[in-house]
Design a protein around this ligand. Structure first.
Ligand code: 5GP
Length: 210
């Protein structure tokens, strides 16, 4: 993939319950130029989820077919279900007028795969302020059974072990502050030299003609 054009690929990962979904929604609300990457998953939809908006819900056989066809930029098994980011999602964002970046809500395994393939991706890890607070938030979720809470809490430890894969860590103690930090990362990344290099080079070309 083309490194260093001005299109922003932003990975957001976190252990369940760290508040990543809320932060992603806020970012999408405030940054209309960013598009959400709709993953494929074999997980059954939750009651508030819409096929094609939250996920592309598929069965395992279809998912395996898509893997074999090379449809995914990355895919992984998370909490016993398969999840994957199709390359078609990035093509969709790049083709959309006014869109200058894409947000990937994926786990650390997916982050590792995309980072190994795309050099200028920006990966942000959202962490809770403490494990105690993480447990409290997981228990507050009406959609989860006790068994699922236990599994997700145990998984959180494993996910946090992979913090070194990420370029930034946002601590979500208070949503507005965490959001401000995340927004600052997006603003700073947009202004980094590599992303502004095409502009600088085009200015130079004009300068040479004058
Ligand atoms: P949930 O089932 O709660 O929506 O998501 C469970 C986990 O799967 C979350 O950590 C989420 O970030 C991750 N996930 C969602 N989509 C993808 C994907 O396309 N690829 C990978 N690797 N992880 C994903």
């Amino acid at each position: 993939m083309n490194p260093y054009d001005d299109f922003l690929l932003l990975i957001l990962s976190s252990p369940s319950g760290a508040g990543k979904t809320t932060l992603t929604r806020l970012l999408l609300d405030r940054c209309p130029e960013l598009l959400f990457s709709v993953s494929h998953t074999t997980r059954p939809p939750r009651s508030n989820e819409v096929d094609g908006r939250d996920y592309h819900f598929v069965d395992r056989a279809r998912f395996v077919e898509l893997v074999a066809a090379g449809a995914f930029l990355e895919w992984a098994e998370v909490h016993g279900n398969l999840y994957g980011t199709s390359t078609a999602e990035i093509d969709r964002a790049r083709a959309m007028p006014g869109c200058s970046g894409m947000i990937f809500d994926i786990d650390y395994q997916g982050a590792r795969q995309i980072k190994s393939k795309v050099s200028d991706v920006v990966a942000v890890f959202v962490l809770p302020p403490s494990m105690h607070e993480l447990e409290r938030r997981l228990r507050g979720r009406a959609s989860e059974t006790e068994d699922a809470v236990q599994r997700r809490f145990a998984m959180a430890q494993l996910e946090i072990e992979h913090y070194a894969l990420f370029d930034y860590i946002v601590v979500n103690e208070e949503v507005q502050r965490a959001f401000d930090e995340l927004r600052s990362i997006v603003v700073a990344e947009r202004a980094c030299r590599e992303r502004r290099a095409p502009l600088a080079e085009s200015l130079l070309r004009v300068g040479r003609l004058a």
